[in-house]
Design a protein around this ligand. Structure first.
Ligand code: ZN
Length: 1010
């Protein structure tokens, strides 16, 4: 046997559809397997994966994931991971705990940066500094200020999971998995149940690490255009200290149930206000991921059933009126795959009706067959997605790693799930052979499969109080059992932990981390190709980029100058265009046509502040706010402060592109908006979707709300996508019942106002030759749109709306300077900030570097490491001038605001050497140069064009980033001190925490959101 750098070659495969050569190796001495994917993708990815099946719900694998990244033998910093987040060019950097595995992936397009990240990660996983203090900080610990004071729990994961468990969607996922796999490791929670996390001991923690974080239990992965031999050489060096170990980490198969089961789980809901609603989900256990053709078939089946508006099971659930939004889908990340379907927003008394409805619908589909047009649409969409391989912001190599792990983790061939041409062809052949093939799958894997669990999540107004009482009781008992010596020890340990946390890493320790030098950074801004055209009187932009035969088209409809009362309708109106049907087709046929002939069309909104400067439409900086009452914004189109568009984003092969234009023409000129029932369904779905965002995206919502106080662009963004939109959707749901003609009239006004060539901008991303072939088609399409806006300002009453009180004002009225937005949540999302341009500061690239340092060094230390919150951020908008501080899943409120107010002192006292400043510049450049696939580049160019951002202005900004000095930090300190004095505050989270903070003088005006 010949070894290459200690690895023996096992097998290889060429995967032409991924333009990739795959080689599988085994490290001879330790047994670690290595999957090497070689191709020309510059966005290189590595991943180190361990099988980490937990035996209980203490969250051990999850806490370990945090601790491993918080200091290692070679890099004994407090937080090397966040130092690399701050100071590398990583295009992806994270770690993920799954129910059966822990994955440590990172990506970069810069080779040296890639190796630096690998070095930090490899040392982290194989040589972490495991100490009781790290478990205390990241997992849980007792805190006690004085022997008589209250005993409390603290810990990052403890608070992270409290937040996760308070999100019903998240809780439903966990409950369903546990109910479906009661006898395996999936029957416990790898993330950690907050009620169980404090059972975890340091001994268990250490033993788990030693058992599973061993090369013999590791799966190593590389992807991209780096040298394949060097992958082996480097990994062999990292594995050198280890010998082979016997690791028993196999995930057991769940034995099948004899009969279907039911499980009930309470979730925390407010007792008052709207009627409490249940979540119901029916879950099935499917086979292992063995046969790629079967996986393909089950994926197509699941999409046919629930993925599109036309999907028959989705439609039956929605049409039943039993609930607000459909749940479920096909999933392959557990050893045995699963399928689920259900409804959220179900009246408690109707919960038992959902399962029979699902089973009856499936039985009918098995008997009658699924509409061939539906199947054709899903097959085309599936094929398009596989070929396009558009992973959005995530690197393509990461998606392939996760796909490979679905077999690899369980000891089977990692190459099998990668190729898709053969399974796709096999599925198409099976379908041609037997058009009822999906009906057979419904019978075999769903109807005749007794391994089924129906999970009902029931609202419980008392749950939060009960959980708090249980925790208080547990803490009181623990407190009572403490001897005076033990109490003193806890006080000392907590104080000691605080001291360690507050002591910054010495510069010589930070300097151990590998970093790029400033000379390694590209000094030149890299322009995105852009050509401007006028076709049929409409503005058109094109971007000459290689897109592998796909035309990306963004069609923008100008929202500026709309009566404020119509503005909040824009997101739903965009969805209505695509999901309500036209004069010639109902929405099912329309949805099938979109699936059959395109790669998808969806609606989104683009709202952005405009850069002041040469060519800007507006006046000087800082004038919008000062001339107006606080919280009221001048939204006139010529104010020049912002742009706002509704955008239809479509993609199609060059051959399909004309058919995509036909669809856009049909929906824009012949959409039928008068289907009250269909619109009602869409409003309820949107409302349920917005409610589900409160917990996972609380920091984004708090930030958007706060920035709405500070710049008109964000006031519009907030009305369209923030808490205001949720409040709007609630009222709209009532209005649709009470005054449908009034709602319909507004939708028609919107159509008349928006669908006009003069307000349209088309943005096309495709190579130049394909654009030239497409251009005449696009011109013909634009020529068919009405030349003038039908009605803007001429619809009776519409102009007066801004001043007419009561009906659909831009929500909300003037914002209070300190706002609390409450919903049932045990943790908070705390935001404070100001518009620096109002405080006399002007745009400068150094702020990107300073915000990076404020977030990664100051806030991360104060809010996460010391405060126990899951996350903390500083965000700066160069065009608007807003600087905002945010926390995520934060147990504190007033203390967090005090920490924000200390930012100026931190900046003043900062003594950064050039060596310490460089990583912050590297990270800022990394964010500016974030890796983008061609469609994202084209869209970015559109945004820049609309916001008066030019290649010259971007180059100037980049020069400022690269030239940042410590003097810039000190200069900003005085402005940040003013933020502490005059800044606005928004807190989203626990109403009780807000009331307590107000008792301390925080002064929030509280609105109940849920
Ligand atoms: Zn975590």
């Amino acid at each position: 046997m010949t070894l290459t750098h200690g690895f023996e070659f096992i097998r290889e495969a060429h995967v032409p559809e991924l333009n990739t050569h795959a080689r599988l190796y085994r490290h001879a001495r330790t047994g670690a397997e290595l999957l090497s994917l070689e191709n020309d993708d510059e966005n290189k990815v590595f991943g180190i994966t361990f099988r980490t099946p937990p035996a209980d719900s203490t969250g051990l694998p999850h806490i370990l994931e945090h601790v491993v990244l918080a200091g290692s033998a070679k890099y004994p910093l407090k937080d090397p991971f966040f130092e690399m987040v701050k100071g590398s060019l990583a295009t992806f950097i994270n770690a993920m705990t799954y129910p059966d595995k822990t994955v440590y992936p990172a990506a970069s397009t810069n080779l040296q940066d890639f190796y630096n990240l690998l070095d930090v990660y490899a040392d982290a996983v194989f040589h972490p500094l495991m100490t009781p203090e790290k478990l205390a900080q990241e997992g849980w610990h007792y805190e006690l200020d004085s022997p008589d004071g209250p005993l409390t729990f603290k810990g990052v994961v403890f608070n992270e999971m409290k937040g996760a468990y308070s999100s019903p969607d998240n809780l439903l996922d966990r409950t369903s998995r546990r109910a479906l796999f009661p006898d395996t490791t999936y029957g416990v929670d790898s993330g950690g149940d907050p009620a169980v996390i404090p059972d975890l001991t340091y001994e268990q923690f250490r033993a788990f690490y030693q058992a599973y974080y061993h090369p013999s239990n590791a799966l190593l992965y590389f992807y991209g255009d780096d040298d394949p031999q060097e992958r082996l050489r480097r990994m062999d060096a990292y594995l050198a200290p280890f010998e082979r170990a016997a690791v028993d980490s196999a995930v057991a198969l769940q034995a099948p149930f004899d009969a279907p089961r039911q499980a009930r789980q309470p979730y925390s809901a407010n007792g008052d206000g709207a009627a409490p609603r249940a979540f119901v989900e029916v879950n099935w256990l499917l086979p292992e991921y063995d046969d790629p053709a079967l996986v393909m078939a089950l994926g197509v089946l699941a999409d046919c059933l629930v993925d599109t508006p036309a999907s028959p099971l989705r439609k039956a659930l929605i049409d039943s009126g039993l609930g607000e939004e459909v749940l479920g889908g096909f999933s392959t990340y557990t050893r045995q795959m699963t399928f689920s379907a259900g409804l959220k927003g179900v009246a408690v008394g109707d919960a038992e009706k959902v399962e029979p409805l699902i089973l009856d619908t499936l039985a009918q589909l098995a008997a009658d067959g699924i509409d061939p047009a539906m199947i054709a649409a899903v097959v085309n969409t599936t094929e398009f997605q596989l070929r396009e391989n558009n992973t959005g912001r995530a690197p393509r190599g990461l998606g392939l790693l996760l796909r490979a792990l679905s077999t690899w983790l369980h000891g089977r061939d990692p190459l099998a799930p990668l190729a898709f041409e053969a399974p796709l062809a096999a599925f198409k052949a099976a379908l041609a052979d037997d058009p009822a093939t999906l009906s057979g799958l419904i019978r075999r894997y769903l109807l005749d499969n007794p391994h089924r669990v129906t999970v009902i999540l029931e609202p419980d107004a008392e749950l939060a109080r009960r959980q708090e009482a249980d925790e208080a009781e547990r803490l009181a008992a623990a407190h009572a059992a403490l001897s005076p010596d033990e109490a003193r020890a806890i006080i000392e340990q907590a104080a000691d932990l605080k001291r360690r946390q507050e002591t910054p890493d010495p510069p010589e320790v930070i300097a151990l981390l590998p970093s790029l030098r400033r000379e390694d950074l590209e000094p030149r801004h890299k322009p995105i190709p852009l050509a401007e055209h006028t076709l049929a009187g409409a503005r058109v932009l094109s971007h000459d980029l290689f897109t592998n035969g796909i035309v990306y088209l963004d069609l923008g409809l100008d929202l500026s100058g709309l009566p404020a009362g119509l503005l909040p309708f824009a997101p739903l109106f965009g969805q209505a265009l695509l999901e309500m049907g036209t004069e010639a087709e109902d929405f099912v046929r329309l949805s099938q046509r979109i699936g059959r002939t395109t790669g998808g069309i969806h609606a989104t909104t683009l709202v952005a502040p405009v850069r002041k400067g040469p060519g800007a439409r507006g006046q000087g900086p800082g004038e919008e706010r000062s001339s107006l009452e606080p919280g009221t914004w001048n939204l006139e189109p010529d104010s020049g402060a912002l742009v706002s568009y509704l955008i239809l984003r479509g993609k199609a092969t060059t051959a399909q592109a004309p058919a995509m234009l036909d669809i856009l023409r049909d929906v824009l000129t012949t959409v039928r908006l008068d289907n009250q029932e269909r619109f009602r369904q869409m409003v309820l779905e949107a409302k349920a979707g917005a409610e589900a965002q409160l917990s996972p995206a609380g920091h984004v919502l708090a930030d958007t709300r706060l920035r709405a106080h500070l710049h008109p662009a964000f006031a519009v963004e907030e009305a369209l996508n923030g808490v205001s939109q949720l409040l709007f959707l609630r009222r709209l749901a009532e209005e649709v019942e009470r005054d449908w003609p009034g709602v319909l009239a507004r939708l028609e006004q919107l159509r008349a106002a928006l669908v006009a060539r003069a307000g349209v901008i088309a943005n096309v991303t495709v190579d130049e030759a394909s654009y030239r072939a497409f251009e005449p088609r696009l011109e013909a399409f634009l020529a068919e749109l009405p030349a003038q806006e039908g009605a803007r300002g001429q619809v009776p009453g519409s102009r007066e709306e801004r001043s007419s009180p009561g009906t659909w004002p831009l929500e909300p009225g003037p914002f209070p300077q300190r706002e609390g937005l409450s919903f049932p949540s045990p943790v908070n999302y705390v935001a404070k900030g100001a518009n620096l341009y109002d405080l006399g500061y002007s745009r400068h690239g150094s702020l990107a570097v300073i915000a990076n340092v404020l977030g990664a060094d100051y806030l991360m230390s104060k809010i996460r490491i010391q405060g126990g919150a899951y996350g903390a951020f500083a965000r700066f908008s160069p065009n608007a001038g807003t600087l905002t501080f945010l926390s995520y899943r934060d147990p504190n409120l007033a203390a967090t605001l005090r920490a924000y107010d200390g930012a100026a002192d931190f900046l003043r006292a900062l003594d950064l050497s050039d060596a310490a400043l460089t990583p912050a510049i590297v990270g800022a450049i990394g964010r500016i140069d974030a890796y983008q696939l061609p469609d994202a580049k084209g869209y970015t160019s559109l945004v820049r064009h609309l916001t008066n951002e030019t290649d010259a202005s971007l180059q100037a900004y980049r020069d400022e980033v690269l030239g940042t000095t410590v003097a810039d930090f000190h200069a900003l300190a005085e402005v940040v001190a003013r933020v502490a004095e005059v800044g606005d505050v928004v807190v989203l989270g626990s109403g009780e925490a807000m009331a307590n903070a107000n008792a301390d003088g925080v002064g929030l005006e509280i609105t109940k959101v849920m």
